[in-house]
Design a protein around this ligand. Structure first.
Ligand SMILES: C[C@](O)(CO)[C@H](O)COP(=O)(O)OP(=O)(O)OC[C@H]1O[C@@H](n2ccc(N)nc2=O)[C@H](O)[C@@H]1O
Ligand SMILES: Nc1ncnc2c1ncn2[C@@H]1O[C@H](COP(=O)(O)OP(=O)(O)OP(=O)(O)O)[C@@H](O)[C@H]1O
Length: 287
């Protein structure tokens, strides 16, 4: 059966990621530049008037349904309204590697918040949805707002940014990295000086870096090798706490040539960086 609504759930890149301090609760204060990719997961929403509640069409391998950010986002939204809501089955077409630093789970949560707000005609605004999203994860608000942004705090204080919409080769080295483990590493740089941004920040990411990269290179030889390989062709960097890395190219054909020559055993994809989220483009078309 055709879903009532199909929405993209794009990936993000951290074009740079600085750790500028640590909060009393142990969370790290960041300065980061988020940009979306025109590549990601897809969520299908099917209304089930005969069956109340929200459920997944099929479970995500290794993630109990109650922990799935799609279900957690739906429940967070349902907690905002007292009126009875039509039941929904949500189908997640997963393309993004989990725990890869591409924000797949956070993006799924944001797509669920915006998708159900639309389907149920709840009328919550982006500020309200971003606040709800922050309770699910630090990366959710940028996906809810849908514009490339300079992020501060844990990534929730957002200022719109306009980095160049380059092409990227994204590689997923064959290892999984736990975000919590990287943030608890002793050798992590935690005192990068804060940068000040001008109002129309474009984000010349090449001037900045990912502070997790040195630690991740030391702990994960697969990431180290992939970064060394990709750096031969242009600037290459880690996104989030990894494991994915990206190389930036001015054209699609330049990116594809490098992609075709990647070492065996490394997976990934080619995608364009976009400053307006594909989710928001689709929702605007529906209005
Ligand atoms: C690294 C980024 O992907 C950059 O966009 C995000 O900041 C990650 O944010 P997130 O997905 O909310 O991170 P989680 O997977 O919930 O974090 C796992 C653990 O990493 C540590 N953590 C995470 C984010 C942060 N700013 N400081 C931290 O110290 C915390 O111990 C946390 O319990
Ligand atoms: N719908 C979902 N999609 C992916 N992961 C999910 C989902 N729901 C819960 N999770 C859990 O969240 C964890 C992190 O997944 P995610 O894909 O967001 O990581 P990430 O790309 O490293 O994100 P970030 O850059 O925010 O750290 C997964 O390992 C998984 O256990």
């Amino acid at each position: 059966m055709m879903p009532d609504l199909i929405l993209p759930s794009p990936a993000k890149l951290n074009l740079f990621l600085h750790i500028v301090g640590r909060r009393p609760d142990g969370y790290h204060e960041l300065q980061t530049l988020f940009q979306f990719l025109d590549y990601g997961d897809e969520l299908g929403f099917t209304l089930t008037p005969e069956r109340p509640g929200v459920r997944l069409a099929e479970p995500l391998a290794g993630v109990p349904d109650t922990d799935n950010l799609v279900i957690r986002a739906a429940h967070a939204l349902m907690g905002q309204v007292s009126a009875p809501l039509t039941g929904v089955t949500i189908h997640v077409r997963k393309r993004l590697p989990m725990g890869g630093g591409l924000g797949g789970g956070s993006s799924n949560a944001a797509t669920t918040l915006l998708g159900l707000n639309h389907l149920w005609q709840l009328g919550l605004n982006l500020d309200e949805l971003a606040d709800l999203g922050l309770s699910l994860g630090a990366d959710v608000p940028v996906f809810v707002r849908g514009h490339a942004a300079f992020g501060e705090g844990v990534g929730e204080k957002l200022t719109e940014a306009h980095p160049p919409e380059d092409w990227f080769v994204i590689l997923k080295p064959a290892c999984n990295i736990n975000t919590g483990k990287i943030f608890s590493e002793q050798g992590l740089t935690r005192n990068t000086p804060r940068i000040k941004i001008a109002p129309a920040f474009e984000g010349d990411a090449s001037r900045y870096r990912n502070d997790c990269e040195d630690v991740v290179r030391k702990l994960y030889p697969e990431v180290n090798q992939s970064l060394d390989w990709l750096s031969q062709f242009g600037p290459a960097r880690l996104t989030g706490t990894g494991a994915c890395i990206f190389g930036r190219f001015p054209t699609e054909s330049a990116a594809r040539i490098i992609w075709e020559s990647k070492p065996s055993g490394v997976t990934g994809f080619v995608a364009k960086g976009v400053n307006i989220s594909p989710l928001h483009k689709k929702l605007t078309e529906l209005e």
